[in-house]
Every structure is written in structure tokens, then in C-alpha cells.
Design a protein around this ligand. Structure first.
Ligand SMILES: [Zn+2]
Length: 306
């Protein structure tokens, strides 16, 4: 039995964003190819579609209905966010992957999990799909984790873009800590250092904006030092990671200069700081070679920490 679950379903390949869209099914194909040499070390699990009552913990029914209708109509929500006839089913399954990860960890089938999903989720607010994201997979996973007894959830987001949706959903909530590093300023515009939460959530959001062209030496102290401090003070019961690989130096959509080795060190720090279960949920990453390599590195580091 492997102690790292790899959660994937071929329906994710059928979310068709059109020709030339960077968020394409080729991304997952490159990940599958890169992990081929050690795939038997992973516990492969297929999710079930996310149930509407689970999704409703984050998104009101009109948002769920809108995604279903946009998928039927094969329409675009905005210039970036195109749906095809299978997009709704893929989006439900992406949510289901997070649910499957929590269930597998709760049942002690796995210590940690990696959800290789698309569409991604961290830009989706409770009421607005945007930035390639339809449902906020990681926010829904956080709420499901809480329903399963993991009361304090930490979300770490190393995607090059700020997870505005995730931040927004938990901005006034002290039970979910949102920790993000990202290029700034950049899409979607949020994520300044002074955004620290509001009301009960004050102090439970921590943003680390990084200048364009920042390198490994600029980002690693955030994960070596600041993250450790926040984990020690918050004491999470589970850690969810918005794993976006568009921070890579070769990514075409942004301008950070983080190497594959640097990404492995970020993952290593996340794994080392705390012994609680970790669930990685794929977000961005648009250079196919860099994405495959970086996810393979992530899984190798996860396997070393079980
Ligand atoms: Zn991104």
C-alpha cells in the first residue's frame, strides 16, 4: 500500500477550452507521462462526482446552475474561461477528487494525496467563475474536511497568481488560514501584503507578494521561515495546497523565475514543517515540460515524507 494517493479521472481531459488555450488537457497528459517511471509507488484512486450538497457549502445554487447551463451551451464565462459540453461533469469530478482525498486519508488508506484535476479552482469566488476556474475545488475540499472533523484547515497557495477566490471565501473565517505567495502586481490584482483578513478572520490571511523576476532565493525564505511560524501559531489539523506550477521560470503566463529545484524545496518545506495530512490540488502551470517535471518532483518529495 502506498501512502500517497494520486487522484485522477480521464473526464478531466474532456474539459475542452478550445484551440490555443493554455489550460488544456495536454497539461494532464504531460503529468501522466512524467510520473510513469514511478507510478506504481502511488495509490491510484478514481473520484466520484462531487455532490451538490458538498459544493453548496461554498457556492450558491444559482452559481452551480450557471456552470451547468454554460457547459450545455458551450459558452465562455469571460475571455479566459471557456466551457465545453463535458466541462460541468469535469468540474464536478474535480470537486470529487478533493472529497476522495479526504475520504482516503480519513480511512487511513493514504497519508497524503495529490489531486491531478482540471478545471482549476482558486480564482472562483463563491458566486463568480473566472480565470479558467469554475468551482473553487480547494475551498470546497476545506469545507468537506471540516465536516469530516479536521476543524482547522490551512490552505497554502504557491500558484504564481493570487487565489482571490479562496481568499474571498475565507476572508472573515478564523477556521481556515489562507497563505499565498504570488507575483504582484499581476492577474487578478489582489494579494497585497496588507490583506490580512477581516472580522473574525483578521490575521488568518497571509499574503506574500513577489516582484516580477523574483528567484528561488526570494521565495524560499517565505516557505522556510514565515510558513513555519504560521503553522506553529495556527496548528492546522490538515494542510491543503493550491499547487500551481506557473511560478516556474519557463512558464509562459507569468514572470517569476523559480526553478524546478526551487519548487521541490518549497514542497519539501511544506512537508517538513508539520506532520498533519497534506492534500495537493493542481491549479496552474502552462509549460508542459516544466509542469510534468515539477509535479513528478512534488510526488517524489511527498513519497519521501510518509
Ligand atoms: Zn496561476
Amino acid at each position: 500500500m502506498s501512502s500517497v494517493a494520486f487522484i485522477y479521472d480521464p473526464i478531466f481531459l474532456k474539459h475542452n477550452t478550445g484551440s490555443y488555450h493554455p489550460e488544456s488537457s495536454a497539461r494532464l497528459e504531460s503529468i501522466l507521462e512524467a510520473i510513469e517511471p514511478f507510478k506504481e509507488k502511488l495509490l491510484w484512486l478514481k473520484p466520484s462526482p462531487g455532490l451538490l450538497d458538498v459544493i453548496s457549502e461554498v457556492h450558491p445554487s444559482f452559481h452551480i446552475d450557471r456552470i451547468e447551463q454554460a457547459s450545455l451551451d458551450q459558452e465562455a464565462i469571460d475571455a479566459d474561461t471557456q466551457l465545453s459540453s463535458d466541462s460541468y461533469d469535469a468540474a464536478l469530478m474535480a470537486v470529487g477528487a478533493g472529497v476522495e482525498a479526504i475520504n482516503a486519508i480519513s480511512a487511513e488508506k493514504a497519508h497524503h494525496a495529490f489531486c491531478a484535476v482540471r478545471p482549476p479552482g482558486h480564482h472562483a469566488t463563491s458566486t463568480q467563475a473566472m480565470g479558467f476556474c469554475l468551482f473553487n475545488n480547494i475551498a470546497i475540499t476545506a469545507r468537506y474536511a471540516q465536516a469530516m472533523g479536521y476543524e482547522k484547515v490551512m490552505i497554502i497557495d504557491f500558484d504564481v497568481h493570487h487565489g482571490n477566490g479562496t481568499q474571498d471565501i475565507f476572508y472573515e473565517d478564523s477556521s481556515v488560514f489562507y497563505f499565498s505567495s504570488h507575483q504582484y502586481p499581476a492577474y487578478p490584482g489582489s494579494g497585497a501584503g496588507h490583506e490580512r483578513g477581516r472580522g473574525d478572520g483578521e490575521g488568518f490571511t497571509h499574503n506574500f507578494p513577489l516582484q516580477t523576476y523574483s528567484q528561488d532565493e526570494d521565495i524560499l525564505p517565505i516557505y522556510e521561515d514565515d510558513l513555519l511560524e504560521d503553522i506553529e501559531s495556527f496548528q492546522p489539523d490538515i494542510i491543503l495546497v493550491s499547487a500551481g506550477y506557473d511560478l516556474h521560470i519557463n512558464d509562459p503566463l507569468a514572470q517569476l523565475q523559480i526553478t524546478t529545484e526551487g519548487i521541490a524545496k518549497i514542497v519539501e518545506a511544506i512537508m517538513r514543517h508539520s506532520s498533519v495530512p497534506k492534500i495537493f490540488m493542481l491549479e496552474g502551470g502552462y509549460n508542459l515540460h516544466a509542469l510534468g517535471d515539477s509535479v513528478a518532483q512534488t510526488l517524489e518529495v511527498m513519497l519521501e515524507h510518509t
